[in-house]
Design a protein around this ligand. Structure first.
Ligand code: 8YV
Length: 339
């Protein structure tokens, strides 16, 4: 056959799935693109990630892979970076935009699940659930005691939400409607009055929130501006009976300062799902009794993790203009790159 009259098979774009994710979700990609997976769920060092991205048009990431200007320069074929996380502090969005690379995150699908967990962690912290379970499991329970593991109440207490986005609002709703809490919040921009009214939450300054709240829950996105938003000075403002829960990102709380405050009982207890330098956890936090520690699982219910992964695939297929998904990526952070 004359090569010029030969029917050309369109080249399928290549996509890298940077972590092990649900096989049936990956199968949605395999239908349309050449997929390289990471079945052993290895954490690839940056040079390895860059090597594997050669010739790839898209990448499926989580909150862990670093997508920066150096990576973009080394991967000129990349057109879409789609994350299954809502937080995207691991992705340099302006650099992606400058390079014409579409970025998407995964908001909304995890809001209620993450709020459930934030509330549960706050309750476990206030009511000393992990500490008392460790006591029981280690065979120390001999008799009932009048103030045994007496914690603080959640119902009727003052809830202080730092960061009042979708997840913060879902936590406030749980507190006010379900537990009769008084909700105060601090956010860079105040919510519209009608939304505040609907939630029954009052906007206050950060210092007032720290002074007034019985239970502080942190739900702000991580950025240079929110680095160590809660450090020694902020912890010093809190009540000695108060608890602090962080389900946002490591680095928002100064973990060393928090460990000192917990050690010296300057606050009662903390619940932490995220850590500076995770998966490494500050050694002092590991040895303290009055802190509940979980391994970054706030969004981890099976239906939600599946919805997050599927949303990243929807975005990838749309960004690469493939199949029925072709169109606008549903949750693009820089849709302007598509024109
Ligand atoms: C993710 C999260 O589980 O969505 C986020 O921002 O922190 C978590 O829900 C994690 O980032 C892995 O994708």
């Amino acid at each position: 056959m004359n090569p010029s009259s030969e029917r050309r098979t369109p080249i399928r774009p290549g996509v890298l799935v940077a972590r092990a994710v649900f096989p049936d979700v990956v199968a949605r990609l395999v239908e349309h693109v050449d997929v390289e997976t990471n079945d052993n769920d290895e954490i690839w060092p940056q040079p390895e990630l860059i090597r594997r991205l050669q010739g790839k048009a898209g990448v499926f990431v989580t909150g862990g892979e670093k997508i920066d200007a150096a990576l973009l320069a080394a991967c000129p074929g990349l057109r879409a970076v789609c994350s299954m996380a809502v937080g995207y502090n691991n992705i340099d969005v302006p650099a992606c935009t400058a390079a014409g690379v579409l970025v998407s995150n995964a908001p909304d699908v995890l809001t209620e699940t993450t709020a459930d967990f934030g509330f549960a962690l706050m309750m476990a912290t206030a009511r000393r659930i992990s500490e008392s379970e460790r006591f029981l499991r280690s065979g120390q329970w001999r008799h009932w005691g009048v103030d045994m593991f007496a914690g603080s109440d959640v119902h009727g207490a003052t809830l202080g939400v730092l960061g009042m986005g979708r997840i913060g609002q879902a936590i406030a709703r749980r507190g006010v409607l379900g537990f009769g809490m008084k909700a105060i919040y601090h956010n860079r921009s105040r919510l519209p009055e009608a939304v505040e009214h609907g939630l029954g939450a009052r906007h206050v300054g950060k210092e007032e929130l720290l002074r007034e709240a019985d239970h502080v829950v942190i739900v702000v996105p991580y950025s240079a501006a929110s680095h160590h938003l809660v450090g020694a000075a902020e912890l010093a403002l809190m009540k000695p009976t108060a608890t602090l829960t962080n389900i946002a990102r490591g680095g928002i709380v100064d973990d060393a300062a928090l460990a000192r405050a917990l050690q010296e009982r300057r606050i009662a207890a903390a619940g932490l799902d995220v850590f500076e330098g995770e998966p490494v956890v500050h050694p002092d936090l590991l040895s303290l009794p009055n802190v509940v520690l979980t391994p970054h699982i706030a969004s981890s219910s099976l239906p939600t993790r599946r919805a997050m992964a599927n949303l990243a695939v929807d975005n990838l297929l749309a960004a690469l203009r493939i199949g029925q998904q072709a169109g606008r990526p549903p949750t693009a952070l820089n849709p302007e790159v598509l024109g």
